[in-house]
Design a protein around this ligand. Structure first.
Ligand code: FAD
Length: 248
């Protein structure tokens, strides 16, 4: 069944029924009555209709990422930016390039300004090479906004689907097939859902660790076995996360 047919024929209920660790609340095992197709109004999308951009920017340079050392008075200033849509993949490598530039000067104290993916991976590389590193974060200073594990009792896990365990979803490339291991590395056995909370305890930033929800959402066209194995748990979590964010 392709994705359009799946969605047209009540795919959400089908997803719910195949979930192993999470059952939709109040769902009976009797099949849902057939629904008539819904005629959706086509979305009118164009750049001149964008009123505001709040998320989703991918800092990008047409010429590629920049890793370069400059002098700033007595200090060495090392730039590391412009990774576009590939900062998570490239960050460790460009962090290493930045560290090589830092190692070329005698100072072993470093300040990392900006704690996105690229800043943090550079900070870890510097630490591993013996630097005393201080990170400077503008938006969410870590001493005020620590990252905490979200316990399974939290409402996030029970918005629509009743999630009773955190599924471990391997990336499609790392999956060994049916019966294969879901942990991609020796130190990644335990999946986590973590967050940064606001003053009222609401989740502002939601993150997952040792589990690849992105692949659960986007690989249905590539491997049907993979889709059956991981998409139901992934969609259940994703739907809950969306409802949580819309209601909190
Ligand atoms: C939807 C989406 C999907 C993506 N998927 C992938 C993927 O699958 N694989 C991949 O490799 N990449 C992916 N990317 C791209 C990746 O997320 C980016 O390349 C990466 O996050 C860029 O990291 P960065 O640290 O350079 O920038 P940012 O994440 O923008 O971090 C910059 C940080 O600096 C802080 N800052 C700014 N000014 C100051 C200041 N004056 N003082 C202190 N702090 C400051 C900001 O608050 C921010 O936290 C995706 C991006 C998006 C939007």
């Amino acid at each position: 069944m392709d994705r359009r047919t799946f969605l047209r024929t009540g795919g959400t209920a089908a997803v719910g029924l195949t979930i192993t660790g999470c059952m939709p609340r109040g769902l009976r095992t009797a099949p849902a009555p057939a629904r008539h197709p819904v005629n959706l109004v086509p979305v009118d999308v164009s750049w001149d209709r964008v009123i505001r951009t709040t998320v989703g920017l991918r800092p990008h340079r047409d010429s590629g990422f920049v890793v370069r050392a400059d002098r700033l008075d007595e200090k060495t200033l090392i730039h590391n930016y412009g990774h576009g849509g590939a900062g998570m993949s490239l960050g460790w490598g460009t962090g290493y390039l930045a560290t090589e530039l830092a190692l070329a000067q005698p100072e072993r104290r470093a300040a990392v300004i900006g704690c996105g993916m690229v800043g943090l991976t550079a900070a870890r590389q510097l630490q591993r090479h013996g630097f005393d590193v201080t990170i400077y974060a503008k938006a969410l200073p870590p001493e005020r906004y620590p990252i905490v594990d979200i316990p399974l009792e939290h409402g996030l896990f029970h918005m629509l689907y009743d999630i009773r365990h955190i599924p471990q979803i391997p990336s499609i490339g790392a999956w060994g097939g049916p019966g294969g291991n879901t942990s991609e590395r020796r130190d990644s056995q335990v999946p986590h859902v973590r967050g940064i909370l606001d003053e009222n305890g609401r989740i502002m930033v939601l993150m997952t660790h040792n589990t690849d929800f992105g692949d659960a959402f986007e690989r249905e066209g590539e491997d049907h076995q993979y889709f059956l194995a991981f998409a139901p748990d992934g969609y259940a979590f994703g739907v809950n996360a969306i409802i949580y964010s819309m209601t909190h």
